[in-house]
Design a protein around this ligand. Structure first.
Ligand code: NDP
Length: 492
């Protein structure tokens, strides 16, 4: 059994913590993978100090040289892809195919960011004045805290750490307590890739102690957070109060709109994939199906049939289509929401129970669950469940579908199934989400395309793609006057 360590100033250090937490396989709780000493506040402070000391040298390292290290990390992720995918499945529970997919996404992101190191360009801007011009440069911020959730414990850290480093920042990485093994491997691979001491530091500790210590430290100039709304908003209030830059990517309640002219086979398969893939533990998971009455009966019946045939089990089995909830808390949350759905009067079509019996009693398995006749005011239509629970909301037509789809505090992702070009583009115009998909699931994204939400989901710059480095850089404007004379015009 592994006892995880912090990585501070280029050294793996045993924590002096008095508290610890076990790292447990959610498919089989007898499989205890490791022990996580929960870093002390003092250790968190030391990590920030190490990052602050390393900043000056890293900042002045040419961006392409920084990018070369990130490119090497990408190659090492590729080389260790299978081992990391197995670790990810064991500690988080997703299926091995999903883990391999997450690894590939992480490699793509690291490769993309490495390339960006040669494009850290500004603008050259003509002046109103003769013999004058202006230009902009992008500069790093300083120490950046990357605080990440457990559900994509490789991809999300990589999509924060890689651009932060390429931009010239030093990093304190605080992963979710539930996923220390993957976090440790990511940092080991960056170390092997040649990251200088202090430039990337890892603190394994609880959010409420080590996490708070990091985000409240005056040397931390920016916090990039992905996680729940409760934590994100609190963290935003704290860090922004002292003037730190903050980026939060938070929850979702993503709708799929199903219209009568859609390809129903495609709509059903894609909705199943979006709702039950990764056990519904994706910020972009489909949790609301907004279906026009004309095809609602057929849609519900076909989703139920498909959900009931899903093969549930340990993610390590390549035949498994859906793994467990990540831990006991998440598992109980899902079961509690299923009770809430029943109590609020929604019609349970299938699922709704813990999976029991041979091989299942030691894991946190919940059946894929479908509720029909859900109304927009019900809690299961409004709150993020983060489990394999899909709510069907029936509507009379496209206009009502738009109204119901937009009736949410969240604004992450959405999708529509129809072959009507006019309604597709009206949907794109009016849907209140940061990302939307046409005739494909609400989930998924690509390394070179911006990712993130609006409304209650997202605060700050978008991550990834052309916007990946925006958050991690300050823009400096430089005015150049080569007249050699005192200025006469333009005195404002
Ligand atoms: P949490 O908000 O519980 O935790 C996220 C991270 O914040 C963890 O590292 C956690 O540490 C840390 N943390 C907790 N409290 C504090 C604090 N007071 N100060 C500083 N850090 C703190 O989220 P989950 O890990 O449960 O992840 C699931 C959530 O993430 C869902 O809501 C999901 O929608 C969202 N998410 C959003 C995405 C997006 O792009 N919009 C993508 C993926 C997930 P610890 O683990 O120790 O508690």
């Amino acid at each position: 059994m592994t006892t995880y360590q912090n990585f501070i100033r280029g050294e793996w250090l045993k924590s002096s913590a008095s508290k610890s937490a076990p790292n447990v396989n959610p498919a089989n709780t007898d499989d205890v993978i490791g022990d996580i000493p929960l870093a002390t506040r003092e250790e968190a402070r030391r990590a920030v100090e190490a990052a602050a000391e390393a900043f000056a040298k890293w900042r002045s390292t040419p961006a392409p040289t920084r990018g070369r290290i990130v490119a090497q990390a990408a190659r090492l992720l590729e080389k260790n892809k299978e081992e990391l995918a197995q670790t990810l499945t064991r500690e988080e529970g997703k299926t091995i195919a999903e883990s391999r997919g997450e690894l590939q996404r992480s490699i793509n992101v690291a490769e993309f960011c490495a390339g960006e190191s040669r494009r850290l360009t500004g603008e050259t801007i003509p002046s109103e004045l003769p013999l004058n011009f202006a230009y902009t440069i992008k500069q790093p911020l300083g120490v950046v805290a990357c605080v990440t959730p457990w559900n994509f414990p490789v991809a999300i850290p990589v999509w924060k750490i890689a651009p932060a480093l390429v931009a010239g920042n030093t990093v304190v990485f605080k992963p979710a307590t539930l996923t220390p093994a993957t976090a440790t491997r990511i940092v080991e691979l960056f170390e092997e890739a040649g990251i200088p001491p202090g430039v990337l530091n890892l603190i394994l500790g609880s959010g409420s102690e080590a996490g708070e210590e990091i985000i409240n430290h005056p040397a931390v100039k920016a916090v990039s957070f992905t996680g729940s709304n409760g934590v994100g908003i609190r963290l935003y209030e704290q860090a922004s109060r002292r003037g730190a830059k903050v980026q939060c990517e938070m929850g979702g309640k993503n709708p799929v709109v199903i219209l009568e002219d859609c390809d129903i086979d495609l709509a059903v398969e894609s909705t199943v994939q979006g709702a039950f893939g990764s056990t519904g533990q994706r910020c972009t998971a489909t949790s609301r199906a907004v279906v026009v009455n004309q095809i609602a009966d057929e849609f519900v019946q076909r989703i139920a049939k498909r959900a009931q045939s899903m093969r549930i089990g340990a993610g390590v089995d390549p035949q498994t289509e859906m793994g467990p909830s990540v831990d006991e808390n998440q598992f109980k949350t899902v079961l509690r929401y299923i009770d809430v759905g029943r109590e609020d009067g929604a019609t349970m079509v299938c699922g709704g129970e813990r999976v029991t019996g041979d091989g299942f009693d030691k894991g946190y398995f919940v059946q894929p669950t479908l509720f029909d006749h859900v109304t927009p005011d019900m809690r299961i239509a409004r709150e993020e469940i983060f489990g394999p629970v899909l709510s069907v909301l029936r509507v009379k037509d496209f206009d009502e579908a738009m109204q119901v789809a937009n009736d949410s505090e969240f604004g992450l992702s959405s999708s529509i199934f129809t072959n009507d070009a006019s309604r597709i583009f009206r949907f794109v115009d009016d849907i209140e989400t940061g990302m939307t998909h046409i005739n494909s699931p609400t989930t998924g994204g690509e390394a070179h395309i911006p990712f993130g939400g609006i409304k209650g989901t997202g605060i700050g710059d978008r991550e990834q793609g052309s916007t990946a480095l925006d958050f991690y850089t300050d823009l400096k404007v430089v005015y150049v006057d080569y007249t050699g004379r005192k200025r006469e015009g333009n005195l404002y």
